[in-house]
Design a protein around this ligand. Structure first.
Ligand SMILES: *Cc1c(COP(=O)(O)O)cnc(C)c1O
Length: 424
């Protein structure tokens, strides 16, 4: 695999972009040889700056739900772009999209549109505090809610004061949550729940319905709001808020990533229990009212409501999980495949420093499959059974190559540094 163009771009980037790249896009957190730059993407595939094509199991870290460059969704986007996008005021589409989303999301009576998931989670805290007049917001240890000072996993440049009044509890552990609620006392504004545990580096963990009901009951008893951060999982595991599957309705839910199939829009949804707070805060952004992403979101919603995409993602995900397990076993390996099948986390047994995961990802990349060694992945509805079988065939070829490398594997310095900074 040639990465000449990519290498040249990295050299230029190193001079004009901090560290050459930042945040989750920094490929120094990935195995050596992973491309940093991509030139195009269609359906299930991405093409790097050197022209190598991969089946992409990351789906842009979530935003791509129906395949890259979906013709219908992109036509809606481009059509509105030509009519008017970022204008002095919003387009009528804003009201239509708000009506459609509040009709679709069971608990939602209103929405505020924004651009990134972090906008929506940060606003959720403000709305909860404005609604209750209280300060404390509980989040689970290790849960990702964005990159603002209150929630960024890397603390450089932030103050302890940014995280004041934000105590933690253990996900899926009622006793730990009860203790945190008791400690917050009458100052508890909200509990933030991830729909399931989807932390980087860890096996994913689905909550029980008992746990979800307990979270709701604890919030109610304390007079606090329940926030579900559905930025990553929203519309990928349900056609409603993810906790609707467990029969639990939050007061607030944050959404982003796939809601316009890759076009930039996110939103905070709320029930009437939180409307006063939503009306009290000052929320806005230069691009929050842009019309073209709203047109794309409407087209995406059409597809969510009128196709079997969810069932399809489930079938594809089950096929992938079964096929990889069979292949791993055939070659004497064991994978830890966790979470909803359409959002798979694939870690390796006996791999505390992720050295096996990194080597496996390298071997898969060399065989045309882009997968991630420590972050959960995403399937999209443009993938076919043939694509999934191609991934499994690549794994079947990659495992023997991994076996050959086992005695020479070493921990990757980038991931060691990231893990320790997150832990600290
Ligand atoms: C990605 C993500 C966010 C932040 O969204 P951005 O669009 O990156 O700001 C918040 N919460 C969860 C669960 C996420 O996965």
């Amino acid at each position: 695999m040639q990465l000449r163009a990519d290498t040249a771009l990295r050299e230029r980037a190193a001079r004009v972009i901090p560290n050459g790249m930042y945040g989750h896009q920094a490929t120094h957190l990935l195995p050596p040889g992973f491309p940093q730059f991509f030139s195009s993407a269609h359906g299930a595939r991405i093409r790097d700056a050197d022209g190598n094509s991969y089946i992409d199991l990351m789906c842009a870290y979530g935003p791509n739900l129906f395949g890259y460059a979906d013709p219908e969704i992109d036509a809606a986007y481009i059509g509105q772009l030509r009519l008017g996008d970022t204008m002095t005021g919003p387009s009528p589409l804003m009201v239509e999209l708000a009506e459609r989303l509040t009709a679709r999301i069971g608990h939602a009576d209103w929405v505020i549109f924004c651009k990134n998931g972090t906008d929506a989670t940060t606003m959720a805290l403000e709305v909860a505090r404005a609604t209750t007049g209280r300060r404390k917001v509980l989040t689970a240890y290790g849960a990702y809610h964005g990159s603002a000072p209150w929630c960024t996993p890397v603390k450089a440049g932030t103050l302890p004061e940014d995280r004041a009044h934000l105590p933690h509890f253990l996900y899926n552990d009622i006793a730990s949550l009860e203790a945190a609620v008791a400690e917050a006392g009458t100052d508890l504004a909200a509990i933030v729940a991830s729909p399931f545990r989807h932390d980087a580096f860890f096996d994913q963990e689905e909550p029980t319905a008992d746990y979800a009901r307990a979270v709701r009951a604890l919030a109610d008893r304390a007079g606090a709001l329940l926030i579900v951060d559905d930025v990553r999982a929203g519309f990928r595991v349900a056609r409603d808020c993810s906790w609707s599957k467990l029969g639990v309705a939050p007061d607030l839910s944050s959404w982003g990533k796939c809601i316009a199939n890759g076009h930039p829009i996110s939103f905070l949804a709320g029930s009437d229990s939180a409307r006063k707070g939503a009306e009290a805060i000052y929320a806005t952004g230069s691009f929050w009212f842009s019309a073209a992403p709203m047109a794309a979101a409407l087209a995406t919603l059409d597809r969510i409501e009128n196709s079997y995409y969810l069932e399809r993602l489930n079938d594809l995900g089950n096929r992938l999980r079964r096929g990889l397990d069979t292949s791993a076993a055939r070659h004497g390996f064991s994978l830890k495949q966790t979470g909803p099948v359409q959002m798979p986390q694939i870690l390796h047994a006996e791999d505390p420093d992720f050295a096996r995961g990194f080597a496996f990802a390298e071997e898969m990349l060399a065989r045309g499959i882009y997968l991630h060694p420590w972050h959960n992945m995403f399937l999209n509805a443009a993938m076919t059974e043939t694509d999934i079988d191609q991934v499994i065939a690549a794994a079947d070829d990659a495992f023997p190559a991994l076996r050959e490398r086992l005695s020479t594997l070493a921990p990757h310095p980038g991931v060691v540094a990231l893990m320790s900074s997150v832990a600290g």
